[in-house]
Write a protein that binds this ligand. Structure first.
Ligand code: SF4
Ligand code: SF4
Length: 500
């Protein structure tokens, strides 16, 4: 933040009797009388011009923008075993994630991952409110990037307000055109990168340069670029306030012990302008100089002094702004700070607040999250690299063939989830003299390529004189041998029918 508080701190103490001030409460969502609805509608239309701010939490936000974008833009370019390290190949129904190849049969991992994410969200919200929103949510991150571009081109809050109020001139046209050009380039890069998680990004890059992409690739790239441009350039806080479902249900996960951005009303009230030379405590005033900087820097345009509100994304910008004012006024920092509502109302110390963070609800979330995470990792690590599904030929249950043999026909769906080719040796047991051969090559062994699946028709035969009519339980065995000599055996159950 580059300039002084907008209210002159040298002005005299407020003389009018301060209105009785009540401790804030979490703003309720929904309901509301018509003036409230009208105000909400007016708020939607009102453009917010957040003022820039520097400080500890601004640095954290920048660090998170850099970190998340390094990962997002960089990850699709990483290579692994001669292929894209992370590729969600929807057309081939294969997800490549570093050393793993996941198939549609692995959808359970996706389900568990969603459950894990949900519990992680419950845990972090119960502990620290909308911390994810303020630092890592793509909406916040891209809004930060777009606002940074806007500030570089159009200037800080006041310059932007003046520019928007001005009639159209060449200067205004030039600035707006420059801003939108940079925004569209960032948005296009973001859209292309996103598509690069679903189609090989190197080919996409070449197709983009030579303008040889397919119509769907152009469509989805333009779609995501447009979404980025619209959300980060125009919708901004409206997404957090009116569209994000998380904002709506967070109030049921936050309680008085949640660590959130909080205004210390005990310390701050009664608020008002004053001279730095007076003893404001003697004058019966609180520490808040009512400079409104905390409101001016807020990306969602709220006043945190009204209490915790569902629109607060927990970004900490107001904390940085207020700390700078406190520093100038020579007051202790932390009038607005990350703490709990109970800490303010009951005067708890920070160690007491931290201790209360680990309340039974949080411990339960932690325990569940830990258990599911351990189970998830164990199941991923021990995941079988060879899958075999046996499908019986329903057309012909069993028949007698030349040579005095009873024959049953099956199809084996064999999936090699490793990234090396495998040699599969088939075997069958459960009926005296039972043999297995592939229908195509009359052999009991076959090759399967890396990360691929194969449908193999097989024939099982047993000598007629050794089996009586009936249905027999049998085991089909597939032994996979890698080029390094490692063996993996899969046994599948099925049945063998001997007709009368
Ligand atoms: S009130 Fe403070 S923490 Fe909440 S969104 Fe506004 S600036 Fe960020
Ligand atoms: S809380 Fe801090 S930043 Fe906000 S008006 Fe009061 S003194 Fe200014």
């Amino acid at each position: 933040m580059s300039s002084e508080p907008s209210v002159n701190p040298e002005q005299g103490p407020a003389t009018a009797a301060a209105p009785a001030w009540q401790p804030p409460r979490v703003t309720k969502v929904g309901g509301g009388s018509s003036p409230q609805v009208e105000k909400a509608l007016a708020d939607v239309r009102k453009k917010i011009y957040p003022r820039s701010v520097s400080g500890l939490f601004a640095h954290w936000r920048i660090a998170m923008v850099v970190l998340t974008q390094l990962i997002f833009y960089g990850l699709p370019w990483l290579q692994w075993n001669g292929r894209q390290a992370v590729l969600l190949d929807l057309a081939a129904r294969k997800f490549y994630i570093f050393g793993m190849v996941l198939w549609p049969q692995d959808v359970i991992y996706l389900a568990v991952l969603l459950v894990l994410s949900a519990f992680a969200l419950f845990l972090f919200t119960a502990m620290a409110g909308r911390l994810f929103c303020g630092y890592a949510c793509p909406q916040t991150v891209y809004t930060e990037i777009f606002m940074w571009v806007e500030r570089r081109i159009e200037g800080d809050r006041l310059a932007r307000i003046r520019l928007d109020e001005q009639p159209w001139t060449w200067r205004k046209l030039r600035l707006k055109a420059a801003k939108h050009t940079v925004w569209i380039l960032i948005a296009w890069w973001t859209g292309s990168t996103f598509i690069g998680y679903f189609a090989p990004i190197r080919e996409l890059g070449m197709g983009l340069i030579t303008l040889s992409l397919g119509p769907w690739q152009w469509f989805w790239m333009a779609f995501y670029a447009f979404a980025t441009w619209g959300n980060a350039g125009f919708m901004r806080e409206a997404v957090c306030k009116y569209m994000c479902p998380y904002a709506r249900f967070q109030s049921v996960m936050v309680d008085d012990d949640t660590y959130v951005v909080t205004y210390d009303f005990e310390r701050g009230e009664p608020r008002g302008g004053r001279s730095r030379r007076i003893d404001h405590k003697e004058a019966g005033m609180g520490d808040c100089v009512d400079c409104s900087l905390c409101v001016q820097v807020c990306p969602t345009g709220i006043d945190i002094r009204d209490g915790l509100q569902y629109m607060c994304i927990g970004c900490g910008a107001c904390v940085d702004a207020c700390d700078q004012v406190m520093e100038k006024m020579d007051y202790p920092k932390g009038l607005i700070r990350y703490t709990s509502g109970r800490a303010i109302t009951e005067g708890l110390t920070q160690p007491q607040v931290r201790k209360r963070l680990f309340r039974p609800r949080v411990l339960a979330y932690m325990a569940i999250l830990t258990l599911i995470s351990i189970a998830f990792v164990i199941s991923l690590v021990t995941r079988t690299t060879l899958r075999v599904d046996v499908i019986r030929d329903r057309g012909v249950l069993g028949r007698e063939v030349a040579g005095g043999m009873i024959e049953n026909v099956y199809r084996l769906q064999i999936i090699n989830t490793t990234e090396s080719p495998l040699t599969i040796t088939l075997g069958a047991s459960g009926v005296p003299g039972l043999s297995i051969l592939t229908a195509d090559s009359s052999s009991n062994s076959l090759e399967i390529d890396a990360a691929s699946n194969k449908l193999v028709p097989v024939v099982l035969r047993a000598p007629t004189q050794e089996v009586k009519p009936g249905l027999y339980d049998i085991n089909l065995t597939a032994t996979a041998t890698s080029a390094e000599g490692d063996e993996n055996v899969v046994v599948e159950r099925s049945s063998f029918f001997v007709p009368k």
